[in-house]
Design a protein around this ligand. Sequence first.
Ligand code: PEP
Ligand code: MN
Length: 337
Amino acid sequence: MVIVMKPEATESQLREVISKIEELGYKPHVIYGATRNVIGAVGDERGKFILQSLEVMEGVEAVIPILKPYKLASKEVKKEKTVIPVKDILIGGKEVIIIAGPCAIENEEQIIHTAKTVKSYGAHILRGGAYKPRTSPYSFQGLGEEGLQLLKTAGEIANMPVVTEVVNPVHVDLVSEYVDILQIGTRNAQNFELLKRVGQAKKPVILKRGMSMTIKEWLMSAEYILSEGNMNVILCERGIRTFETATRNTLDLSAVAVLKEETHLPIIVDPSHATGYAKYVGAMACAAVAAGADGLMIEVHPQPEKAFSDGPQSLNFQAFAEVMTKIYQFAKVMNRV
Ligand code: PEP
Ligand code: MN
């Protein structure tokens, strides 16, 4: 249920409604709007009609049932776009935000060199994996905490916020100490215990789309994070499994258009994992900007041919510079610079 407060409702009326919602056994999530506040009441679907009684309370304009299975992620609850501040960067604002860096953090020289270089070409946020969820147990699994430390140092040197993937609920606090954004990877997009745990964390979360997930399932995963109280969720389309084999995955750009209708959350696109080939990254990055993406996540490596993971899809520095020039032109046309 969504409880819409009157524009003139007072702070104490809002508080009264919140405690009533809690008394009825539901979890209130207040969304503060420019002209009025709205409360999402989340809980057991079966008895939700009892919330209708809130309609008679002072300051309440309407109690509206939510029609979508996802509530807090839906535009029914919040019409304005969510803008997520990360240090001095705004994700979901006017500018297209570029997240760049290697698939995996390999050593100090690699991550620092990459950080300085991508920053010099206009990237906003540095990425790098310290815990790698690899398909094979024999592949490089990441440097773990040592990698987190290197990523943090590189971010400080280049003056960039940093993001890394978290794969285990037990690691969430540790990873949060080192990074500005937590990433949930495609293989964990329906790991509900992990989603709940990052929902309790204080850091924004990039939630990648599960490679076989529908958009609705993806939004339900976002709902797991939001319903724990973490409202800073960024959705990342990274390609889905289809019958096509010419690319690693199939980039579902229509998801960007659909999500802009369905949710207030920012949406970014990862053309690297979507295509699997460096030569296709530029074209798909520009297409994502044209589709209205709020940002891009791009894998960059000083020597892709020597990368421990995802070398074939990683851009070298020169290719990244060229792609950034192209992206900038598209962003300008879209009025996103
Ligand atoms: C990554 O970003 O390095 C990664 C593993 O991505 P995905 O979960 O989309 O495969
Ligand atoms: Mn990767």
